[in-house]
Design a binder for this molecule. Structure first.
Ligand code: UPG
Ligand code: MN
Length: 791
């Protein structure tokens, strides 16, 4: 977090009052660049060592060339990804904003909020409704705020619950506004109060409190020299305070009723006693949520943002392109309803925690110096369900606490799925001139006349506003939400969000390539809070999906290292490259967890002897990368434990998710597999939450994920013991040290796997079957390997 110095503030004042300031983190940049310098010298020496071996006389070489090359390739790949990583570390920046300098309400532009939900079983409706309410309660003029929920599950339960949420919002919004409530997601607000024993505050509490107040009042009146001014002042405060408490209690009651109704609706929507009915084959539904009564506190709907439910048409025969498809439907439907210039995109589990985010985004979007090229303002993803230890690195620390700041120092961070305010025009691909050929536009945007009209500046949207409750949706919305609408158009390819399971990454990449910029606004109070994946199974499934999507982009014409450098700066392309190449870590991690181990058991040295000067080079590289990582964890508020956790989860994901993801992408490329997007599970399982909170790994995941990591641990146990024996018995510790140490390091970092295999007896352990299977795998590998090496 950056606090502007007095000089910077003064400068800012003189310089026609900017709304924000950007500050390069100079000390960090200096450390990063010097580290990169020394580290790269060491890497060059390593390359020299590996290459020069290949030129040695074949008779003196004691390592099979193939193995040497495989290890060398791993080291080169690690070095290459390391090099790409340096782009983030080149020029990290922080930003400060000046809340007092925003234009008055009537000058603010309108905002459409898009919230996506896909599956009422994995994404509990009550949580989704909390997100909807938090968005409706943003601190923004309500007549300029339009909230759209896309329901890919097409579930009547969700629609019914939206109506309930609307009813509750009529109480909730005025309460937030009147009392300046800071936490406007009702779930978060009431659970925080629970922490203060709010539940025990009943009427008795109020009466008791009143007595104390009267007593206090009298004594203070006397104490302050019978001053009437003070008396009135205090009286006002005390009564005001009481009013809030009474309102709070009343609202909590309403909230409980709302919750019950949501639960009831879910109960009714269940098939048997299992899942809620959803439908993958249904017509489009677009509905404005409203009712006629103006009961609650006299609030009529004029003071409520418009709330729209959209469930796009789905047919089994049509590809629906997951979240990107849903967002594109929302773009079109909202285009003819509100057509706001800016759009906030939220995942259904990502609620607005700080109501000022919309205004803060406008500090940047309305700054004349940057607004012309600014496509979006990205806020960090922060999570409300993380434990202190965070064993699965659910907080994605390196991305949001570090790398995005570095991205921001270039031309801005990649689009990150949720929590960003994007300019509608940026998504439409180009600015539409009035004299452009209509037929050409229709080829890109589809046949709807109404929608095409909305692309022009002068367009006045249908303005279905909440005041007029009898208003129905323009029939055109049904056409825009139909699945055939996109046939033979450029949606998902040149306009809107780009179709990919990592639609955020691809759309961000292309926007930057087109010359747009973005901004990263990370402030101490989280603007948005989501639920992170907190069990191993979800973590690995999610990482597999991301890997598939990223490798898919790598294999397409948008490969960032080819497509990028011609269109944006080399550093920016490197950042995008690093993200896309990340899954390739599977290769070096697999190699380094198997080849040195196989070799140590067969007495083949792959690394320099301890007495060889190149040993120092290898040690330096190893320690320097660990130390740099540790430094970064510590400066971003992490601990030594977090550092170990991140090392471990990186290894685990590399040998499982990144491998499977890359294979999936390759199979997709050759037509053996279809893309899929299984949303993460946001429904909490008490038992799993408990073990996560206690920092205990929950190994209840598929064998597909467990077998590789358990096999590798067993393999390393074998090589560690075998290598140690060799060191002691044969006495060639000089030659074997590095390889034995490598196994030792792998085992130490992955201790929880050993524990899960051997020590634990609970449900979340690794079952003996999996251990046995993995042991068989590693034995087969070792015996086959040894036979091959012996020949
Ligand atoms: O067919 C689908 C599938 C998903 N979603 C929604 O997409 C959002 C993200 O899905 P989630 O299961 O939470 O995936 P994550 O892996 O947690 O999402 C991260 O990764 C995604 C893909 O890169 C980004 O879209 C997200 O914003 C980002 O938070 C959720 O609101 C879903 O409801 C849809 O609307 N339709
Ligand atoms: Mn998510």
């Amino acid at each position: 977090m950056f606090v502007p110095t007095r000089e910077e503030k003064c400068e800012a004042m003189e310089d026609s009052l900017p709304l924000h300031l950007c500050h390069v983190q100079k000390p960090t940049a200096i450390i990063n660049r010097s580290h990169a310098f020394f580290h790269s010298i060491a890497l060059t020496a390593l390359v020299y060592y590996r290459v020069s071996y290949l030129f040695q006389d074949p008779r003196t070489r004691d390592v099979p060339t193939l193995l040497w090359l495989m290890i060398f390739a791993s080291e080169l790949l690690l070095s290459f990804i390391w090099l790409l990583n340096q782009a983030y570390r080149w020029r990290p920046v922080s930003r400060a904003v000046f809340p007092e300098r925003l234009p008055v309400d009537k000058e603010l532009p309108a905002i459409d909020v898009f919230i996506c939900t896909a599956d009422p079983n994995r994404e509990p409706t009550f949580g989704v409704m909390n997100t909807v309410l938090s968005a409706m309660a943003l601190d923004y003029p309500p007549e300029k705020l339009y909230v759209y929920l896309s329901d890919d599950g097409g579930s009547p339960v969700t629609l019914q619950c939206m109506r309930e949420a609307w009813g509750f919002a009529k109480w909730w919004l005025p309460f937030c506004r009147t009392y300046g409530i800071k936490t406007r997601c009702p779930g978060a607000y009431f659970s925080a109060l629970d922490g203060d024993n709010f539940d025990s505050w009943g009427n008795g509490f109020i009466a008791q409190r009143q007595m104390v107040e009267v007593g206090l009042l009298c004594s203070l009146y006397i104490l302050c020299g019978f001053s009437w001014v003070l008396f009135i002042y205090l009286f006002y405060f005390i009564t005001h305070d009481k009013e809030i408490i009474e309102m709070m209690i009343m609202l909590q009651g309403k909230y409980e009723v709302f919750k019950e109704q949501v639960m009831k609706a879910r109960e009714m929507g269940r098939i048997g006693d299992k899942s809620i009915s959803t439908c993958r084959d249904h017509p489009p539904v677009v509905e404005v949520i409203h009712d006629n009564s103006t009961d609650a506190l006299g609030v009529d709907q004029a003071e409520m943002p418009l709330l729209v439910y959209v469930s796009r048409e789905k047919r089994p025969s049509h590809a629906h392109h997951f979240k990107a498809g849903a967002l594109n439907v929302l773009l079109r439907v909202s285009g003819i309803i509100s057509n706001s210039s800016y759009i906030l995109v939220l995942d259904c589990d990502m609620y607005c925690n700080d109501p000022s985010s919309a205004r803060q985004a406008m500090y940047f979007h309305l700054d004349p110096k940057i607004s012309a090229t600014l496509a979006f303002v990205q806020f960090p993803q922060k999570f409300h369900n993380l434990s202190k230890n965070d064993i699965y690195d659910g907080r994605l620390r390196s991305a949001f606490a570090l790398e995005w700041h570095g991205f921001d120092g270039l031309k801005g961070p990649v689009l990150s799925g949720t929590g960003f305010y994007i300019k509608r025009d940026a998504l439409y691909g180009r600015s539409i001139q009035e004299d452009i050929d209509i037929m050409e536009i229709k080829q890109s945007f589809g046949p709807s006349n109404e929608f095409v009209k909305s692309l022009f500046q002068k367009y006045k949207p249908n303005a279905v506003n909440g005041q007029d409750s009898s208003s129905t949706m323009p029939p055109e919305t049904q056409i825009l939400a139909s699945c055939a609408y996109e046939n033979r158009t450029k949606w998902g390819e040149e306009v809107g969000f780009y179709y990919s399971v990592v639609e955020d990454y691809l759309t961000g990449l292309i926007l930057h390539c087109k010359g747009w910029t973005s901004i990263y606004n990370d402030q101490p109070r989280p603007h948005f809070m989501g639920s992170a994946t907190t069990n191993l199974n979800d973590v690995l499934i999610q990482a597999t999906r991301w890997s598939t999507g990223l490798i898919d982009v790598c294999l397409s014409r948008f490969c960032p290292l080819i497509y990028g450098p011609l269109r944006m700066s080399i550093l920016q392309s490197m950042c995008y490259g690093e993200l896309a190449f990340f899954p390739f870590y599977c290769w070096p991690v697999w190699c380094l967890a198997t080849i040195p181990q196989l070799c140590v058991l067969n007495g083949i040295p792959l690394y320099p002897k301890v007495s060889n000067p190149f040993f120092l080079i290898f040690s330096f590289i190893f320690l320097s990368s660990l130390a740099k990582h540790l430094h970064e964890v510590l400066i971003t508020g992490g601990s030594i434990r977090a550092w170990i956790n991140e090392q471990r989860i990186w290894m685990i994901k590399s040998v499982t998710s990144h491998l499977y993801g890359s294979l999936d992408a390759i199979m997709k490329k050759i037509g053996l597999r279809e893309a899929s997007f299984l949303p993460t599970n946001k429904a909490e399982d008490d038992e799993q939450v408990k073990s996560y909170q206690m920092g205990i790994f929950d190994f209840r995941t598929s064998t597909k994920f467990l077998a590789p990591m358990v096999s590798l641990v067993i393999l390393n146990m074998a090589s560690f013991v075998g290598g140690l024996a060799r060191m002691i018995i044969a006495g060639d510790w000089d030659r074997t040290f590095v390889q034995v140490f490598l196994s030792f390091f792998i085992l130490i970092i992955n201790y929880p796997i050993i524990e899960g295999m051997i020590v634990r007896k609970d449900k979340g352990r690794i079952t003996p079957n999996v251990t046995l299977l993995s042991a068989v795998f590693s034995m087969i590998f070792l015996s086959l390997g040894s036979i091959v090496l012996a020949n």
